[in-house]
Design a protein around this ligand. Sequence first.
Ligand code: UDP
Ligand code: MG
Length: 327
Amino acid sequence: MDAKATLLSIVCPAYQEEESLPFFHAELCKVLDGLAGDFDIEILYVDDGSRDRTLNVIRRIAASDHRVVFLSLSRNFGHQAALSAGLEHATGDVVVSMDADLQHPPAAVPLLLEKWRQGFDVVLSIREQDANLSRFKRWTSALFYLLLRTISNVEIRAAASDFRLLSRRALDALLRMGERHRFLRGMVQWLGFPAAEVRFHPDRRRAGESKYDLRRMATLACDGLFGFSLAPLRLALAVGSLAVLSGLGISAWIVVALVIGRGAPGWVFVLASVHLLGGSILGGLGILGEYVGRIFEQVKARPLYVLKEDSRETDRNESRIPHRGAA
Ligand code: UDP
Ligand code: MG
């Protein structure tokens, strides 16, 4: 079996990275040169509508390195969209996505590949505690993942980054997920498949600055929370039901008080009415929310199921991807 037939794609979205890219590419090449015996290599840069000289830098790199191909988006669509474009256009049997600012160390790529060789379709990278990260970013991130774990039924690892490896079958399944608001970390987790983890120490950005300002972080957090849980929609039904129950309790108390002839003060009637009326309205909204939730699930157009194996495909895959037979 010819191991060289295995194509490794490295996908890197880049936005305003004119300064980092040359460093990144040089470092990446050092690592990939060591893998040349085992893999054919495709490096796919995605210029996410940069307004600096990023695209020119990529063109220059592509002209001097035949392994490099690139996409250029018509404007800045954001990291998750740029990454999605790259994943969609990658042709590899195995695909690694990573940032172009050297915060994801190219030296860890062989570790991801080692796990893939062992038969894992998904290899996540987990950031070790990052001393360079601001306390604010660390705390908000921890809070976000805690909330997400609590309200969604997908186990999303805190500190998981978008530096990850996907086998072709995992990537093909991911590409069938039709949602527009993309939180790739969660989507990959949703897929299932045997997954492994590799830990890495994030480096400082080599040059330029982070594009994830507060607004972008909040948008990503909302995509994660709302894309992976209907709990916020169900809140109205839960609170409304509680209010109706307590309204019924107060009403029962009024009836008993009237029957035994003790009478009830006027504010108790008001309280019961408010609970019953407010609860019914909230409950109605909650029921509407249930339908909206179902429409939301429908329009996300995720596949109903993800196949891990189809016996008719197995032979073809085994001849294309050497490790499958051993896995
Ligand atoms: N990026 C992108 N489009 C954007 C923002 C960022 O393609 O709109 C790229 C960026 O060039 C980098 C990666 O996504 O390669 C991660 O972005 P950044 O380093 O700014 O995020 P941080 O590491 O600070 O979370
Ligand atoms: Mg970064």
